[in-house]
Ligand binder design. Structure first.
Ligand code: PLP
Length: 218
């Protein structure tokens, strides 16, 4: 695996308005530093403790994105440094993030994860619930969070028509409410589907294995 080469080639193909979160879960710091050394600074992890330990080890100009499901009792571990939390799916979780952000005198940026996959996925909010959250009085009182957009994951399938439909659905929802909520960020697309995601409105992709190679979970 030539990480630097994979990363550089991928970045050269991306439109300038698309930002790349290089997903480093399960990968050692030595691999991540290969990407760092060719100038990349934006990395994503899906487990808070793994992200925290990498944050401690690595240079402090890295922007760490939490892309996985977040348990409320672990928010405190990332609140001092996390750059963007992608998968917020409840008001209760936002409340906890707001509380921990306040303790750290920070405003933490978040995305709401919206369910787009036809498959029955556990995570993400329905569109109506997301709107209700954004319009709620409790949400409006939170001073230490900023919801800057939406995140979605398509069904894991080879069916490009289905994936396109799912991305389209989120793009449409995003555009409908972009002005009202001042959204700037639509996070969709991973190694297998980032081209489709960009073609369907994504401006932030989360790519791991296409840069760092397959993950080994043993
Ligand atoms: C692991 C992960 C990715 C990246 O997956 P790849 O297929 O390796 O690119 C993107 N988004 C989320 C939420 C992930 O957990």
């Amino acid at each position: 695996m030539n990480i630097a080469e994979n990363l550089t080639e991928l970045k050269n193909t991306l439109p300038s308005y698309v930002s790349l979160v290089a997903v480093t879960k399960t990968k050692p710091v030595s691999d991540i530093m290969e990407a760092y050394d060719v100038g990349h600074r934006v990395f994503g992890e899906n487990k808070i403790q793994e992200m925290e330990s990498k944050w401690r080890e690595m240079p402090k100009d890295v922007q760490w994105h939490m892309i996985g499901h977040v348990q409320r009792n672990k928010v405190k571990y990332m609140a001092p440094f996390v750059h963007l939390i992608h998968a917020v799916d409840s008001l209760k979780l936002l409340k906890e993030i707001n509380k921990e952000a306040e303790k750290n005198s920070r405003v933490i940026k978040c995305l709401l994860q919206v369910k787009i996959a036809e498959e029955d996925s556990k995570f993400g909010m329905g569109e109506a619930d997301a709107l209700q959250l954004l319009a709620s009085e409790e949400f409006k009182k939170f001073k230490n969070i900023s919801v800057i957009g939406l995140m979605g994951m398509a069904t894991f399938t080879d069916n490009e028509v289905q994936i396109t439909n799912e991305f389209q659905k989120l793009k449409k929802f995003y555009e409908q409410h972009q002005n009202a909520f001042q959204f700037t960020t639509l996070s969709m697309g991973m190694s297998s589907d980032y081209n489709l995601a960009i073609a369907n409105g994504s401006n932030m992709i989360r790519v791991g294995s296409a840069i760092f190679g397959e993950r080994n979970y043993n």
